[in-house]
Design a protein around this ligand. Structure first.
Ligand SMILES: Cc1ncc(COP(=O)(O)O)c(C=O)c1O
Length: 412
């Protein structure tokens, strides 16, 4: 097992040792690489607290993790090998010990967020179809439920491929498979030959979860080529811990790549999306012209701070697998409590039992509540249909209890 609980001093020692293995702008003669020795007027490298703050120390040292280190290993950029090794360990930990991948069977990197990680997947598959099948961009479509994140529309727009959204059942929020079949049939007749399918490991607004086997089986029965990407930007760090029957992992041969955001449920700083894909696929995103980068670049982002990978690794090691599972289960208990109170008040809502999102029918929510609790609606521009609550660590107890009390008093 790579993932285990580590004490604060152990975590600190490991990160400082990694930083010592990196080349350092203070102690090494570095003339060729421009970036970046942070401005010393603004960023004080000798501040005492940095001796006890591994994330901030990494941030100040500013290692560049450009490239994909699970792929290039010792051939990649060697200036920052120490912290890059922690990123490699992190990708292994997540893919193998949270998402059931075989040892070293997955490549990945820490992306700026879920949007980039999702578009990275589309980019790789588009290039694959173009390279291996001579496909034209307009013969490729990404297929997703209408509850999916807008990054799939954005990605399709950037990449010149078609976006095919499929309506969901308004009550269960699950994809209408009959409609999907009709959409695929129509797309085929319009000349679309290659598909990228999306399965949500929790949608943004509802916390609904797609069934990758149902989606995969449909493509297979229609003999349509597809690659399946899982969007776990929201649910990736909770759902695998709260639903023991999850099919959204690399142990499922239909799952080909996964997005997970640490800056959502893992409570990491922004800039901590995680992109993972089975081995032998990253090269479809290689930019061969990036020849001045040792080991080339395989990502959309290019230069990126190694501090982001360190922050995710530190959070996972602080809690360890058992501690993290307990925390996520606690969120489910709190969400159950909230739902029982809503039931008691006669409020209708959607909620997946293994997730911490509750979306209430908007017409039942007293008018001052959404603003007071900064609830999120499906549509801020028009009359909202839904108001969404996300139960998080910082809302357990006090905030949720006050919300329930306010709801009760306003309804009375
Ligand atoms: C399901 C899902 N996918 C993708 C994203 C995009 O993530 P980011 O905002 O980190 O780019 C989000 C963000 O809310 C999301 O909920």
């Amino acid at each position: 097992m790579i993932w285990k609980h580590m004490t604060k001093p152990e975590i600190k020692d490991r990160v400082y040792a990694a930083l010592a293995e990196n080349r350092n702008y203070d102690s090494d003669y570095i003339l060729g690489i421009p970036g970046t020795y942070l401005d010393t007027e603004q960023f004080h490298r000798d501040a005492h607290f940095l001796d006890d703050a591994p994330f901030l120390r990494t941030f100040i040292n500013n290692p560049n993790h450009i490239g994909c280190h699970t792929l290039t290993g010792d051939e990649g950029e060697d200036m920052f090998r120490g912290t890059q090794k922690i990123e490699v360990e992190l990708i292994r930990m997540i893919s193998e010990e949270i998402l059931n991948a075989e040892a070293k069977s997955v490549d990945g990197y820490v992306a700026p967020g879920g949007t980039e990680a999702n578009i990275q997947a589309l980019w790789i598959y588009r290039n694959y179809y173009q390279k291996e099948f001579n496909a034209k961009a307009n013969e490729i479509a990404v297929v997703f439920s209408s509850d999916s994140h807008y990054s799939f529309y954005k990605g399709a727009n950037i990449l010149g491929i078609k976006a095919l959204d499929v309506a969901v059942d308004p009550e269960s929020r699950s994809i209408d498979m009959k409609l999907m079949q009709e959409r695929l049939q129509a797309a085929k007749q319009e000349g679309i030959k290659y598909f990228i399918a999306i399965a949500n490991m929790s949608t943004t607004l509802f916390g609904s979860v797609d069934d990758p086997d149902e989606i995969g089986a449909l493509f297979e029965s229609m003999e349509l080529p597809y690659k399946l990407h899982v969007d776990g930007a929201f649910g990736g760090f909770i759902y695998p811990f709260t639903d023991s029957n999850s099919k959204l992992h690399f142990g499922n041969p239909r799952v080909h790549s996964v997005t997970m955001d640490a800056h959502k449920m893992l409570m990491a700083p922004y800039g901590t999306g995680v992109f993972m894909i089975r081995k032998d696929w990253m090269h479809y995103a290689a930019t061969s012209e990036a020849s001045y980068v040792q080991g080339l670049d395989y990502t959309m982002v290019g230069s990126r701070s190694g501090a982001q990978a360190i922050s995710i690794w530190m959070i996972l090691m602080t809690h360890g697998p058992r501690g993290w599972k307990n925390m996520m289960e606690r969120l489910i208990i709190e969400t159950d409590k909230l739902c029982s109170a809503l039931d008691d008040m006669g409020i209708r809502y959607f909620r997946h039992p293994s997730l911490n999102i509750v979306s209430m029918y908007a017409d039942q929510v007293p008018s001052r509540i959404p603003q007071k609790y900064r609830l999120v609606s499906d549509n801020f521009g028009a009359k909202p249909k839904w108001w969404k609550i996300v139960v998080m660590q910082h809302t357990i107890g006090k905030v949720v209890d006050q919300f329930i009390a306010d709801m009760r008093s306003d309804l009375a």
